[in-house]
Write a protein that binds this ligand. Structure first.
Ligand code: NI
Length: 170
C-alpha cells in the first residue's frame, strides 16, 4: 500500500467528472487500498478518486467516523436516489486544506452504487454521513464544496487559501 498525493483545487483533475467504472479488477482494488491509506493518513472522512488524480466514478468513506469505529467502504458508480430535508453545517475538504465553510445540504440521503465485489449497495444516511456522501458526489461531478457558496464568499476563501499556502512556503 502507498500514500497517494492528494491534489488540491488548483489541479484541473478536480474539475473532471468521474468516468463510470465497468471493470472491477485487481488494479482497482489496489487503488482503493491506497485511497484508504491516504484518507486515514490525511485524517479525512472521505476521498473521491479524482482527488488522487484518477477521474473514475468511485469514492471511499469512513462510515463509522461518527461512532469512532473505523468502517471503510468503497462506493463505485454511486448515485444519490433520494434527498430529504436540509441543514447547514461546517464542512472542509482534503483538496482545500485548512479552509472550512458552512454549506447547506440535504439532511438525509439514499445512495446506491456497487461495492468492490460488484454487489449492489444501498445506504440510508443522515447528518454527517449524508453530508459526506453529497460532498464526495460533488467531487465526482467535478465540483467542490465552495461552489455551493456565493462568489464573494468563495473568493474570500480562495484568498485565505493562497495566504496560508504562501505562509507555508516561507
Ligand atoms: Ni472533498
Amino acid at each position: 500500500m502507498s500514500i497517494l498525493r492528494v491534489r488540491n483545487w488548483l489541479d484541473p483533475v478536480l474539475r473532471k467528472k468521474g468516468e463510470p467504472v465497468d471493470n472491477i479488477d485487481e488494479n482497482l482494488a489496489r487503488l482503493v487500498e491506497d485511497m484508504y491509506e491516504t484518507m486515514l493518513q490525511a485524517r479525512g472522512a472521505g476521498l473521491a478518486a479524482n482527488q488522487i488524480g484518477e477521474a473514475k466514478s468511485l469514492f471511499v468513506v469512513d462510515i463509522g467516523i461518527e461512532t469512532g469505529k473505523r468502517d471503510l467502504v468503497t462506493v463505485i458508480n454511486p448515485v444519490i436516489t433520494a434527498r430529504e430535508d436540509e441543514e447547514i453545517a461546517e464542512e472542509g475538504c482534503l483538496s482545500i486544506p485548512e479552509i472550512f465553510a458552512e454549506v447547506r445540504r440535504a439532511r438525509r440521503v439514499e445512495l446506491k452504487g456497487v461495492d468492490l465485489k460488484g454487489n449492489d449497495v444501498r445506504y440510508e444516511a443522515e447528518g454527517f454521513l449524508a453530508r459526506a456522501f453529497q460532498h464526495e458526489m460533488e467531487h465526482l461531478a467535478g465540483t467542490l464544496f465552495w461552489d455551493n457558496l456565493s462568489s464573494v464568499k468563495r473568493n474570500i476563501l480562495k484568498r485565505k487559501f493562497k495566504k496560508l499556502q504562501k505562509e507555508a512556503d516561507e
